[in-house]
Design a protein around this ligand. Structure first.
Ligand code: G3P
Ligand code: CA
Length: 297
């Protein structure tokens, strides 16, 4: 009986400590984010990119999501296949018309996964390593990242996951906000990463919905139009955990206004050492870059 009670106590303690560890995952003091996994170095929004960014020591993996016809959450910045870096299943280049004619929302994942998004040279990122790779499921990304961190004894990273949506694209390129958030959160909850997730969007509708339904989830409001921080907060209707502006919009005053309201400011997409250093000196809370090798640990 004593032995039985002791093992119950041991199991409860182990569960409690695992829960506490997850629940107390702190947001990094200075957040270094690999934009799309670090597309300056590896094919964007792919598993090899995320693992490479972990090797380079980033604190957060930035990624974009879409939903497929069969209801899977996948990583893609674009609403359709992107002819700039996509090859057909038989290794051929695609014309713009061919690539753009089908939205990912209207394709099943099995068909999307046949395309190669990593072998074709991408002139915008000449240093990008070329590997044959497909558009991944978000759940496969999470599994690979969590296994890799464990195998390498690396600290937990944050996932900064963007819902790619716009009011005009509902049910054409992506589901309407409630459905998009529902599908995304199903994966996040099933994979138990809710304690180290940020959901970001330019589309205030998805993060407004998310904030109402899952107030414990950190959100980032992406902005690319100069306004006061008060205006961003007013149009959103609540204070987000982070405001993420296009980095050219950042001023000392904007940083001060964010901090005065208890909001972090993490600009994108900063791709030179000089600009990274200048923004850090100005007092931002993190940097999102295509070149995670430029982000100091
Ligand atoms: O995290 C912000 C950044 O990713 C927004 O720009 O267009 O590359 O998704 P975009
Ligand atoms: Ca993004």
């Amino acid at each position: 009986m004593k032995k039985h009670l002791a093992s119950i106590a041991f199991i409860s303690l182990a569960c409690l400590s695992a829960f506490a560890q997850k629940a107390t995952q702190k947001f990094p003091k200075f957040d270094t984010e690999a934009h799309r996994g670090g597309r300056g170095l590896m094919p964007e929004n792919t598993i090899p990119a995320m693992l490479n960014a972990i090797d380079l020591g980033v604190t957060t993996l930035e990624m974009d999501t879409h939903i497929t016809a069969d209801g899977k959450v996948i990583l893609s910045h674009d609403d359709t296949l992107n002819p700039l870096f996509t090859l057909t299943p038989d290794g051929k280049e695609m014309s713009k018309d061919e690539a753009h004619k089908q939205a990912l929302l209207k394709m099943n994942y099995a068909d999307i996964a046949k395309f190669d998004v990593g072998s074709k040279p991408y002139s915008k990122f000449p240093e990008q390593k070329k590997v044959k790779v497909h558009i991944p499921l978000l759940e496969a990304v999470i599994d690979s990242v969590q296994q890799y961190l464990k195998a390498k004894g690396k600290p937990q990273v944050y996932y900064n996951i963007e819902t790619k949506s716009k009011p005009g694209g509902d049910n054409i390129y992506h589901p309407a906000p409630a459905e998009f958030v529902k599908q995304l959160m199903e994966v996040i909850e099933r994979k138990e990463i809710i304690h180290y997730v940020i959901i970001q969007s330019f589309d205030k509708r998805t993060i407004q919905f998310l904030h109402k339904k899952y107030p414990q989830v950190k959100t980032a409001y992406l902005v690319d139009i100069q306004k006061s921080v008060n205006e961003y907060v007013t149009e959103l209707g609540y204070k987000p955990y982070i405001i993420s502006p296009a980095y050219k919009l950042v001023t000392a005053n904007m940083i001060q206004q964010c901090h005065a309201q208890g909001i972090k400011i993490v600009p994108w997409t900063v791709n030179t050492s000089e600009e990274i250093a200048a923004l850090k000196a100005l007092g931002v809370d993190g940097i999102i870059s295509d070149y995670p090798d430029l982000l100091e640990k």
